[in-house]
Design a protein around this ligand. Structure first.
Ligand code: ATP
Length: 523
């Protein structure tokens, strides 16, 4: 391990020997981290390694059991988030904390009245500052625009502006690119580089190794609560980082092997559905997935993919069209009916549909089967069977938890996702519907889940895979449908598909090609 030196520079932020224990787990075990002025410092670690905990300690959300924090070389005690903000430490959250119905300016100023400027808030001056700050960091923003009408990439900029408006010097970004397109990611990186050039210090948390290598000045890797290495991007690569993170060699690309498609399992014809605001989101989709094949749906997030999946799975009522499962019409059937028909679903938003955070992990693992034997006999619940199977699932799916009895909400984000996957994959399936199955997962877990998906396919399950990660769709799919503006605009062969071509179709809808390659032609 190379330890880059540089002790002559006083770090803007130093965390020394931070230990944080939760019942049954040492989330941070003597972690030390130093971030220099003007540095983009990446924090890498597998799911449950302790990254969020460390940042919660920094933000005053969790009190460390041991260790100290120094700002510009001086020890400080952080009482809570407002204290952290007052000291120039800010977080840009992964699940945005903005209010969609308010304007950019209102969101940025929210809470300001109670902070610096108790009575008068000079809005004109505030608007001027917001526009000026945006320009300084390379973008033009309209302070009157409603946040809800902005793309996620722009909402992210608003979050960053909010931090800068409060004179943040240290910015923590927890997986900022998880929901961004490659183009938006580049734009945010440009903003981060400008921030660093102006002397801001950035802690960047990401599971995407190529991004870390591209944007970071230094990389600290933690595993199971401890620092296991530090690297400069110039002296490492994705394989090295993956191995350091996970503690073993990781196969970064899946070997999908050859598929042997059988009879059609899922057939969708002329499907139409509306989004939550009542606007048409799915506009006449036809598709077919056969037994033993993976149909990937590529598309920029927000092009109707979630609504398509929800209409198939019974969570959203289609306004037109039909869904058939192995020849039976199941249009509008309930999720429970679909589940009974051997259909499994891994949702994009695990907090909304995947897990009940206050329930134990064991109960979450039987959320779709608790009423059936062996977990229940009539009205009698078999707690022993639930516990026994939970212990086995935790082991097989490598869910990091002190015990299956803990509340699911205390698991790290990635381990919550593994719990959903464990529940949904653990039986014979006709159809497996996956919506962003590896979002927020570390490389080791992605490798594991991809292998499980391929195994399901090879066992004859029809798999519908929706992912905003183009690489994931390209690597996994036997066929790829590109979704744009609520329509499948093209279907291409997954093995010969060209990344740039699919990327272009995702961005533009490629009307000509869409017409030339209708679904029927490729299926
Ligand atoms: P991910 O990449 O999956 O988000 P992470 O590196 O951010 O993971 P943390 O969320 O910091 O990991 O979790 C570290 C460990 O601490 C995990 O085992 C988690 O279950 C545990 N943990 C975190 N917060 C709590 C809490 N409030 N109560 C109990 N245990 C917790």
């Amino acid at each position: 391990m190379t330890e880059p030196t540089g002790t002559e520079i006083t770090p803007a932020l130093e965390m020394r020997g931070i230990t944080k224990r939760y019942p049954g787990v040492v989330a941070n075990d003597g972690i030390s981290l130093e971030v220099r002025p003007g540095e983009i410092h990446a924090l890498l670690g597998e799911n449950g390694a302790g990254k969020t905990t460390l940042m919660n300690v920094l933000y005053g959300l969790a009190r460390p059991d041991e260790g100290e924090i120094l700002l510009d070389g001086k020890p400080i005690r952080i009482a809570g988030p407002s204290d952290a903000i007052a000291r120039g430490i800010n977080m840009v959250h992964q699940h945005f904390m903005l209010v969609p119905v308010l304007s950019v300016a209102d969101n940025i100023l929210l809470g300001e009245e109670t902070m610096a400027n108790r009575i008068f808030l000079d809005r004109k001056e505030a608007h001027r500052r917001i526009v000026e700050l945006g320009r300084r960091f390379g973008f033009e923003i309209d302070p009157e625009a409603k946040v809800g009408s902005l793309s996620v990439g722009w909402q992210q900029r608003v979050e960053i502006l909010k931090a800068l408006y409060r004179n943040a010097r240290i910015l923590v970004l927890d997986e900022p690119t998880a929901v961004l397109t490659p183009q938006e990611t580049e734009e945010i990186f440009a903003v981060l580089r400008r921030l660093a050039t102006e002397g801001h210090s950035i802690v960047f948390i990401s599971h995407k190794l190529y991004e870390v290598l591209e944007v970071a000045d230094r990389i600290t890797v933690i595993r199971r609560g401890r620092v296991v290495g530090q690297r400069l991007p110039s002296e490492t690569n994705e394989d090295d980082l993956a191995e350091l993170m996970v503690g073993r060699e990781v196969q970064l690309t899946v070997d999908r092997g050859i598929s042997h498609p059988g009879a059609p399992v899922l057939r969708v014809t002329g499907l139409e559905a509306k989004d939550d605001r009542g606007h048409p989101a799915v506009r006449g989709v036809d598709l077919e997935v056969r037994a033993g094949e993976i149909l990937g749906i590529a598309g920029v997030a927000g092009n109707g993919q979630d609504e398509l999946v929800e209409s198939i799975i019974g969570l959203r009522h289609p306004t037109a069209g039909t869904v058939t499962l192995a020849g039976t019409d199941v249009t509008g059937h309930s999720p429970r009916d679909m589940n009974e028909a051997a259909v499994a679903y891994v949702p994009a938003d695990r907090h909304r549909f995947g897990l009940i955070k206050s329930f134990s992990l064991a109960d979450n693992l039987v959320l779709t089967s608790y009423y059936r034997p062996p977990y229940a006999h009539g009205v009698l619940r078999n707690g022993d069977a639930i516990q026994k199977d939970a212990i086995s699932a935790v082991e097989r799916f490598d869910i990091r938890t002190p015990s299956p009895t803990v509340a699911a909400g205390t698991l790290s984000g990635g381990n919550q996702q593994k719990a959903v996957v464990a529940r949904e994959f653990d039986r014979d399936l006709k159809l497996l519907v996956l919506d962003q199955p590896t979002r927020g997962l570390d490389v080791g877990s992605i490798e594991f889940i991809h292998r499980q998906v391929i195994a399901k396919r090879d066992a004859g399950t029809a798999v519908l895979l929706v992912s905003a990660e183009l690489d994931e769709v390209l690597e996994m799919s036997d066929r790829i449908g590109v979704m744009f503006g609520g329509r499948i605009v093209a279907v291409v062969d997954g093995r010969t598909a060209d990344k740039n071509e699919v990327g272009l179709l995702m961005a533009t809808g490629g009307t000509e090609r869409g017409a030339a390659a209708p679904v029927e032609a490729a299926s």
